[in-house]
Design a protein around this ligand. Structure first.
Ligand code: WT7
Length: 702
């Protein structure tokens, strides 16, 4: 397994967090009258209703969107900071709220519309009634065939197919904690997560379509189980969904008594109804692993009542979802965006949620717009990377199709104002309102965004804090940075909110040190006011109260809106025997925002070779997945280091991005910087610019 190094703290230098940031103030855009006329949220009194004066009771408004088995006694319990408890004493079931309660009114309405990647395959609609039947049958299988009960964990490694939300909702029905691992992650990455969560059941699928090819996905399950075993954990059941009736997309043989086709045992449970288990509001609903500053991904543990309330409220007010809408979020359910804004939020509101299996530009640049036209999608949700990709591959493509979006979301990375304008003018045809939503896996739902019918939009800015969320920018000395000062700092949230994770699975200490230690002045305080949440993002607050997010201030690289830890990639590199040292830095990519670039120094006596580079690429792919593939692997004679031996990743990041390296005279080996620079950029290159904010401040020194 990967070497796990001691955890460093997310820190950035005092001077860096305070640098003045200059960017052109963008013009406001105002929502179309047609949008405002039909919007869920047009009453500006929301601001007053969710002001600090009415906190935390304001969040009753979100919780009241749900159906509770037992109403809660206490809205917020702060007795054990920072382990906040929400809607204490309440009982609720997430599956009931996303399925059963809609049957009276909407049983015949599509809950999910599945669009297979091959255009020759028909679209599949799953009505709320069908969803109810399928969730119940699969819950019966989980309960009676697997023996699962409330509190058990299950790892799910599946592609974008209706069986994925069905599996999640079946778990939620029983109170089983699901841990969905993004389908694009490798078997090994899946196995590490299965071991950490101690799941005894893995649910997967034989294969799926990606870019015109049917991939063997089940093969990853075998690797996952081997990996878990090496970690000392045994997974004893593998449930395999089948992508095509009567076919098997996987070449790997089934292991007797361990692997089983779902469709061979499911008929036994035909028509079985499983009563939804009333869960404590504080019972964990799911784990979602994400990358941080150490080699080991952490399991963000999300609660049932608070999480579901928060995603229902934000889906209604910010996504403007009505049951009559056709809503398409192009994210993968394997990320938090998919959990909150494909599955739980939209289904809690009885929306129709579209699931697309494949690549947005397959087979051509018009695919996304064809789907939108055919299904009459009117709410669209995606990331800047996808927008940049669609813009590059087919600038005028959207104009050829007769769809009409009323609302569009961008999420996951900062969006360049130029790209924002294309999204608005061409994709949105000037009619759609845009929300740029800033949040994180840890947060459950949006933290900053404009309220679509109330606030004007500003390209490149996420907007003000959400109702009931009070963000603040704090500098390295713990001082609040004032609005309009043009100074960058660390964005923090002053108060707890219902969507915040409960803890890191199995690691309470890390939860405290990672998110709260930095600005907590009194660890004994029971007042939430003393525990600001540290998000590890740099940001600037404009005079109008809009936040502009600059990017991570820790060792996390945001690749195409997905988080990768540099330490995870470095740990993978170090498993190649020839590699003595590895450093991973982000490099700017026109489409994906940032991608990792790898620097390695070899063991004494080993000569650089293409073979070593190939090995490094391969190990990253098998230990993490294709999304972590580096742009380049550079073999360098030595790493730039401080006199105390700390590796200076910031200097390597400057070299990779053709930025000025700054003062290097304090290094133990300043001469190596020029050697590395020549190796990477060639002799003639002159560093051109200061570079983007996140790169200037990149990397903890250790
Ligand atoms: C990181 C969180 C939950 C959303 C999907 C990504 C960056 C997220 C924005 C935005 C600029 C953004 C931040 C954050 N980020 N949204 N609207 N503008 N940056 O979730 O994988 O947990 O990543 O994504 O850097 O810390 P994630």
């Amino acid at each position: 397994m990967a070497e796990i190094r001691p955890k460093p703290q997310a820190v950035s230098e005092a001077t860096e967090a305070q640098i003045a940031v200059h960017w052109r103030e963008e013009e406001y855009y105002y929502p179309h009258a047609k949008f405002v006329g039909q919007a869920n949220l047009t009453d500006p009194s929301i601001i007053e209703r969710f002001s600090e004066k009415n906190y935390p009771e304001c969040f009753r408004e979100y919780a009241d969107l749900l159906t509770w088995d037992k109403y809660w006694d206490k809205t917020l319990d702060t007795s054990d900071p920072p382990f906040w408890k929400w809607f204490v004493g309440g009982k609720i079931n997430a599956s009931y709220n996303c399925v059963d309660r809609h049957l009276d009114k909407y049983k015949n309405k599509a809950a999910l519309i599945f669009v297979p990647e091959p255009e020759s395959e028909a679209t599949i609609s799953v009505t709320y009634r069908e969803l109810y039947v399928r969730v119940n049958e699969f819950a019966a299988l989980l309960r009676d065939y697997c023996g699962l009960k409330a509190g058990d964990r299950v790892t799910i490694h599946m592609p974008m197919v209706p069986e994925l939300p069905i599996t999640m909702l079946a778990c939620a029905r029983l109170g089983v904690i699901h841990s969905v691992v993004f389908g694009g992650f490798s078997g090994e990455a899946c196995g590490m997560r299965a071991a950490d969560s101690q799941s005894h059941v893995l649910i997967t699928m034989d294969g799926y379509y990606r870019n015109g090819k049917m991939l063997d996905h089940k093969a990853g399950a075998d690797i996952a189980l081997e990996t878990a075993k090496k970690e000392g954990h045994v997974v004893n059941k593998v449930l395999v969904w089948r992508r095509h009736q009567g076919k098997n997309a996987s070449a790997t043989p089934f292991v007797k008594d361990r692997d089983v086709w779902v469709d061979e045992i499911l008929p036994k449970y035909a028509g079985t109804i499983v009563p939804p288990v009333p869960m404590d509001a504080e019972a964990p609903l799911f784990l979602m692993y994400t990358s941080g500053s150490t080699g080991k991904p952490k399991g963000c543990q999300h609660r049932t009542g608070g999480y579901l309330s928060y995603v229902a409220g934000t889906s209604k007010y910010i996504q403007d979802i009505h049951p009559t809408d056709v809503y398409w979020c192009m994210a993968d359910i394997g990320w938090i965006t998919g959990h909150s804004y494909i599955v739980y939020g939209p289904l809690a509101l009885a929306a129709t949620s579209v699931l697309y299996e494949g690549v947005p530009t397959y087979p051509d640049a018009g695919r996304v717009w064809r789907i939108a036209e055919r299904l009459d999608v009117n709410i669209f949700h995606t990331s800047p990377t996808a927008i940049r990709m669609l813009r590059k591959s087919g600038h005028d493509e959207p104009t050829k199709y007769k769809y009409h979006f009323k609302h569009m979301t961008t999420v996951g990375e900062p969006i360049e104002p130029e790209v924002w304008r294309w999204y608005h003018d061409v994709v949105g045809k000037g009619e759609a309102v845009i929300v740029d939503t800033w949040w994180q896996t840890e947060n459950g739902g949006f933290l900053c965004s404009t309220k679509p019918a109330i606030d004007p939009m500003k390209p490149g800015s996420a907007g003000p804090g959400m109702p009931g969320i009070y963000p603040v920018i704090i500098d390295e000395n713990g001082q609040e940075v004032s609005a309009g000062s043009n100074k960058a700092g660390n964005i923090c949230i002053k108060n707890p909110w219902p969507g915040i994770m409960q803890t890191i699975w199995g690691d309470r200490d890390r939860f405290v040190t990672q998110y709260y230690a930095k600005y907590c002045k009194d660890r004994n305080s029971k007042r939430w006011q003393d525990w600001p949440y540290f998000a590890a993002d740099g940001a600037v607050l404009a005079a109008d109260g809009y936040f502009r997010i600059l990017g991570r201030v820790d060792d996390v690289i945001n690749v195409a809106g997905h988080r990768l830890g540099t330490k995870e990639i470095e740990s993978a590199c170090l498993t190649v025997p020839e590699v003595a040292e590895a450093a991973v830095v982000p490099v700017v990519d026109e489409i994906k925002g940032r991608v990792p670039e790898v620097y390695i120094a070899l063991q004494p006596g080993i000569q650089p070779s293409q073979e070593i580079i190939d090995k490094v690429n391969k190990v990253i792919e098998t230990m993490i997945g294709k999304i972590a593939r580096p742009k380049h692997v550079h073999i360098v004679p030595d790493m730039p280091k401080t006199r105390s031996g700390k590796l200076m990743r910031r200097i390597l990041a400057a070299i990779s991005n053709n930025m000025k390296t700054g003062d290097i005279t304090t290094l133990a080996n300043p001469d190596v910087v020029e050697k590395v620079r020549e190796l990477v950029q060639g002799k003639e290159t002159v560093a051109v610019a200061d570079g983007p904010e996140d790169l200037k401040r990149f990397g903890t020194e250790e």
